[in-house]
Design a protein around this ligand. Sequence first.
Ligand code: FES
Length: 143
Amino acid sequence: MSDFEPKIVAYCCNFCAFAAADLAGAMRIQYPPNVRIILLPCTGKVDAIVLMKAFEDGADGVFVAGCIEGECHFMEGNLRAKKRVAYVKRLLEEIGTNPQRVEMFNLSSAMGGRFAEIVEEMTQIVKEIGPVCEDRQKEPQKQ
Ligand code: FES
């Protein structure tokens, strides 16, 4: 079994996911320490360049966690983020990287347990995929 510990970057909305992460901490819910949380005023703030830069800077997995659809405090920020995450998935596929490395989640500030599950899920998925730097090596050789 590999001892690979992935680096996961989480872009979290102030109104929901960040508060949920805080709640998870207050409730002493355990989750993997692999995640680095970046606080955003709204997930509408993230764009494809920010997400791709996280990979360039060494992240093995990235997720965006925003308010429940229809409950974004800035109207459609989370819907825009959802489209950008889908776009980044396509970009990752094009460059030979597993698109499961990036995901979008929606939750409320009361979902501390769900936040911990999300971190657990992403950590497991990325552990199975392996380090991002090995993706290109797994590609079949074209001749
Ligand atoms: Fe939470 Fe927009 S305010 S995703």
